[in-house]
Design a binder for this molecule. Structure first.
Ligand code: SF4
Length: 140
């Protein structure tokens, strides 16, 4: 009984520490991004179809500093550096969808468990885009 209580408290503390660390990483990422200068930042945000306000809001989402798009592509069998992939991602705003995704915590947990590819169709807003990219690869 006492052991269960101690383990439960320990798990809760670890979870709180993880949230604080994640927030600190996101704050640092946001600060480093804006340190590049307003012109460069605005240009980069324009390229992915985001406003500065949307970007700042997205930086408050869980695991905001992590690039899940690249990990997700690799996980489902898409080459993120392929020219066609990069072109499709730009034209269909895949980065924007990923950065503003409301399921980043769930995404992170599946990435950690190495089972994203088995579950992403249930929650990932980019899943249809990934399917299109996979079909394009088969058609090529
Ligand atoms: S679930 Fe969300 S964060 Fe994860 S890959 Fe899909 S769009 Fe990106």
């Amino acid at each position: 009984m006492a052991n269960n209580l101690i383990n439960g408290t320990f798990d809760a503390c670890r979870a709180v520490i993880a949230v604080f660390k994640d927030r600190r990483r996101s704050k640092t990422a946001r600060r480093e991004f804006w340190a590049l200068g307003p012109e460069e930042c605005t240009g980069m945000l324009n390229d992915i179809g985001m406003s500065a306000a949307e970007f700042d809001a997205a930086m408050h989402l869980p695991h905001a500093s992590q690039d899940f798009l690249t990990l997700a592509m690799l996980s489902v069998g898409i080459d993120p550096d392929n020219f066609d992939t990069l072109e499709f991602a730009r034209d269909h705003f895949l980065s924007r969808t990923c950065i503003t995704c409301p399921h980043r915590r769930k995404c992170h947990d599946h990435m950690q468990a190495f089972d994203f590819e088995g579950h992403y169709r249930d929650f990932c807003p980019n899943s249809e885009n990934f399917s299109k990219l996979l079909r394009k690869r088969c058609d090529a």
